[in-house]
Design a protein around this ligand. Sequence first.
Ligand SMILES: [Fe+2]
Length: 258
Amino acid sequence: MASLMDRVSNFFGGNDAETGEGLRSLFINELKAIYYAEKQAVDALGEQADAASTDEVRNAFLMHQEETRNQIMRLERVFDSIGVEADSMTCEAIDGLAEDAQKVVSMTDSGSLTRDAGLIIAGQKVEHHEIAAYGSAVTLAKVLGYREAAQLLQQTLQEEKNTDQKLTQLAESFINQRAASESDMNNTYGDRDNDALRPDGTRYDDRNSTGQTYQSGSSYSSGSQMGGTTTYGSGTVGSSPSSTGTSNDATLGGMSGV
Ligand SMILES: [Fe+2]
């Protein structure tokens, strides 16, 4: 039987049909799981937009919901490009993350900034899952020589990264505005003046037409992990993220000679 080194070298030389077939079916299964995840995400993003307290967070979810619909169609083109019918395969990871987001809604007050903080965290967990899934799928597509699929998947990977970044900026703007508000009140805590400010300087509860109040004392403490710097490199299969050219890509690492 051929040694592992021989098999790897045969594979990259295009001579290992067995491994090639195995990777192709792995790739297809990954695509099916991503397809399932994106479909779940469309529904979840709608629910999260409905539950959001502020227009900024609501709009971020609605925008990404629209983008996600396009990503589903793009995945159908990926399936088509490799001659496989588009199909879903249950992804427990995304189901769990969607449940976590529902928990955030049930455990926070309607109209509170704490809810939006929780929704941003939940949203970023989904994005990081998708970044890992798409990053690995791009690498697999390259290894298998599916250039069109690789390009399409790379497009979506970039969109997921952009969304993650937008959520980070949104989170940081809340935190910064709250800090400015607290400083403005000479570090006096405990009343509505500690609520976060909108970018235009008005308070979030000033425009709350439903009569609900946004909680002062919401958990926008400095040092929060929300929106913190992300490290996509960890948690990937293989851990040599430089193979796709950027150190932040989630990849199968080091396998791609394409
Ligand atoms: Fe997505």
